[in-house]
Design a binder for this molecule. Sequence first.
Ligand code: AMP
Length: 458
Amino acid sequence: MKFTDLGLMPELLRAVEDAGYTEPTPIQAQAIPVVLAGRDVMGGAQTGTGKTAGFTLPVLQRLARHANSSPSPARHPVRALILAPTRELAMQTHESVVTYGKYLPLRAVCVYGGVDIKPQTAELREGREIVVATPGRLLDHVQQKSVNFNQVEVVILDEADRMLDMGFIPDIRRILAMLPKERQSLLFSATFSEEIKKLADNMLKSPQLIEVARRNTVSETITHRMHAVASDKKRHLLLHLLREKPDMQVLVFVGTKFGTARLAAWLERQGVNAVAIHGDKSQQQRTEALEAFKGGTARVMVATDVAARGLDIDDLPHVINYELPHVAEDYIHRIGRTGRAGKPGDATSLVAPEEKPRLADIEKLIKFKIEQVEITGFESAGRDEERHGRGHGHAHRERERHGPRVPVQLPPTIAADGFDFGKPYEPAVSSDTAPAKSEPPKRPQRPVAALLGGIGKK
Ligand code: AMP
């Protein structure tokens, strides 16, 4: 299958060629003709499958008839609305719209919260055919009357499951209620819960179901492994893994904003260039962190689930789950950062005894057991026997490679400033969207302030 077989116009084919794509991904091959035909789509696809181009290219083609270079705002009403759950995803989708639409005089804008609203308002008032938005900020613009949906022809809800997790569904329903009834609607989600199906029923008319990977499955090019390790040894095991592969960039997932900042600061102290990305960071800090990581100055990016959603980082070979997610589906989202577009990837999970139930949930969801690999000096006292038996062969090989089983001398956990990094730092349940009060009680003054943003290098 070639892009030229999909019925795309020359302006789009040129842009695709410029992007260096030689053939469409499965979701693109399936979705492009359906969207071009004007049909609604329910798309089951995770990030990394090429879904963004899968909907952006045909939507641009459908809007191409409106393309014009008039300076009049009236000639550029909003025709397509793309809703994304996070700022990062919105920015990346907007970037795709600009990339693929570069040979068409259509205008696009990206609106998201956490930044000054005025420049966005000014852009909207100038007229933009394509609006990529996070729901809350879009509603702010609605309230300000800086945007009008009368001419909307197509709406795309991207990562609907994440919208649901983040509590955006009421906002989405409000936005949908403002759109013309006669329109094309596309909904993409990596997973389909009953609530997503309900939303789809309300939003879509006789949709074409397009699924590229089986629901709740993971890319086959990813190698999954887990290390059973006590919580208080995790940071040292992480350091050990990083030192084993000194050239590799790694995305590390932590369950909470607090934990993210704290782990990144600790890694910095161990001489590993690390950045943290989480919901409490300003947009500028997040963008800087992402750029440092993408540009290679930061070797490690420590992220929460929400902050990492939609991050498009090419060639990311390794994802480490420093803590397993509480929601099994998030495992799929996390490792969707690696093994993209058929490339090989590694997903490593550090599993403390108390996380075993989460591991069981994940294995049930992905329908296979994750191989356990033992690393000398980091064995978890509480590992279960069933796993011991299964992982034995590999564990043995690891031991051979790492020499006889002798206790590893761990670096001291008390920092020079008296801050004890050896103490568990993780509250049991929290997420990026949880209110600040669910975070662990903050320690007196200095260390926490420093860790949450006061430390020099960000
Ligand atoms: P997405 O799933 O939309 O986030 O896309 C994942 C990555 O795949 C992005 O880095 C895209 O630039 C890349 N990509 C999209 N379409 C193709 C294609 N046809 N061939 C190769 N890479 C692609």
